[in-house]
Design a binder for this molecule. Structure first.
Ligand code: ATP
Ligand code: MG
Length: 412
């Protein structure tokens, strides 16, 4: 293993890729702002307990994927595997319950010790939102509508499906859990080892197992919808009604779950057929119990997160090309440097040629797709002028330095 390789599961974002990545973030945040969301930036590491206690010991993320380490003072710290727990911690430690409802947007790197494959890294990036303090289904509708709007703006609308389910309130969920455990317990011989483990600790997770044998068993499992009490049913109906009013199409998927106990009511995922088995681009749900369980004031919440690498792979981005001006010194470089600086201060995007004969430098300017070349020849310079060549037409003219910016304005 060479230490000059990136660590397994990490990758560099070279300039073109980084540009797409940032554009995806900017488009998403630009739309989130229209819905009243402000950015929150929380630390990349937290006390390990922020995740282990609140994401639940039984989730994959906590049981096998965390990057935890002991720092020099003996504290156990963890690189964040997801965004919600840190935001909830910030909400409590910052006393933000005075400011409800809160609409928060975040973005940044996340870390999970996973088996790397296409669309799955150990350091990856997410953007996401949390909408805190609203109990009613209108918050769910707004959070999902915002997600759909962002995916539309990224050009994903045509190959993306919104899958939706309701987990009901705590009592509906408990009733369902009991029925599901009874059903699965009679079929233990057909379940995978992972699912047997989940049956004990987190039975709902068996429903979204990727194992073929598990999937066959689950086909006949009781359905959550049959265990929703009246209030939960009504909540779910209102979410669906709200989404139909804003023209967001949904596919009900009764197998869609979120693993954790504090999740309730709405669970959803946006999936794409264009990504193979890593098809989920954005996932979220309602987590009314989380902040209370963490020791904060009971506060309802709903949120979602999307993988930026997956969004970037799928997005149709119109990347506006900024064509530079090429400053080509045929005499002293310091004079050219001063002129390039003057033009940059004036807002032009300037490439300064460093070496080679005129032909080579022009070839380089064309390779950079420069719009025009500003050539500093000795003759023109003695007349306080430069030559400006339009690289699209090949037309060249002498321009006095005093009016250079005016003449270059059309090449901006
Ligand atoms: P999966 O079932 O694919 O492991 P998950 O339930 O672990 O997904 P979430 O925790 O809901 O995923 O994360 C939300 C989104 O973040 C995913 O839909 C995906 O787009 C992205 N994501 C999650 N894990 C990774 C990863 N290891 N590499 C790249 N993107 C990821
Ligand atoms: Mg995962």
């Amino acid at each position: 293993m060479s230490t000059l390789q990136p660590v397994r599961g990490t990758h560099d974002l070279l300039p073109d890729e980084a540009r797409r990545h940032r554009l995806v973030e900017e488009i998403a945040f630009g739309i989130a702002r229209r819905y009243g969301f402000g950015e929150i930036i929380t630390p990349i590491f937290e006390f390990t307990e922020v995740f282990s206690r609140n994401l639940g010991e039984t989730t994959d993320v906590v049981s096998k994927e965390m990057y935890s380490f002991t720092d020099r003072s003996g504290e156990s710290l963890t690189l964040r595997p997801e965004g919600t727990a840190g935001v909830a911690r910030a909400f409590i430690s910052g006393g933000l319950s005075q400011h409800l409802p809160l609409k928060l947007f975040y973005r940044g790197p996340m870390f999970r010790y996973e088996r790397p494959q296409k669309g799955r890294q150990r350091q990856f990036h997410q953007l996401g939102i949390e909408l805190l303090g609203i109990e009613g289904p209108q918050a769910d509708v707004e959070a999902i509508t915002l997600a759909a709007h962002i995916l539309q703006a990224l050009g994903l609308k045509d190959h993306i499906t919104l899958e939706l389910n309701s987990l009901g309130d705590a009592s509906s969920r408990a009733a369902y859990r009991e029925a599901l455990v009874a059903f699965l317990s009679g079929r233990k011989d057909k379940l995978s080892k992972d699912s047997l483990d989940r049956l004990e600790r987190n039975p709902l997770r068996v429903l979204d197992s990727k194992d073929e044998g598990d999937r066959e068993v689950v086909v006949d499992a009781p359905l959550m919808a049959d265990y929703l009490n009246d209030a939960s049913r009504q909540f779910f109906d209102e979410v669906q009604h709200g989404l139909s009013i804003v023209d967001v199409p949904v596919l009900i998927n009764q197998r869609l779950v979120r693993g954790l106990d504090y999740y309730c009511h709405t669970a959803f995922e946006f999936t794409s057929t264009a990504l193979g088995s890593q098809g989920t681009v954005l996932a979220g749900g309602r987590y009314d119990g989380l902040i209370g369980q963490m020791g904060g004031p009971a506060t309802p919440g709903i949120g979602w997160a999307a993988g930026i690498e997956r969004l970037s792979m799928l997005a149709e981005l119109a990347i506006a090309e900024e064509r530079p001006l090429a400053v080509i010194p045929m005499g002293p470089i310091d004079v050219a440097q001063a002129l390039a600086q003057r033009l940059r201060q004036d807002g032009f995007n300037v490439e300064l040629g460093y070496s080679g004969n005129m032909k080579k430098r022009l070839a380089r300017a064309n390779k950079l797709h420069a719009r025009a070349a500003v050539i500093l020849g000795e003759d023109e310079w003695s007349r306080q002028a430069v030559a400006v060549r339009d690289l699209d037409t090949g037309l060249q003219e002498e321009v006095p330095l005093a009016v250079l910016e005016d003449r270059l304005a059309r090449f901006r």
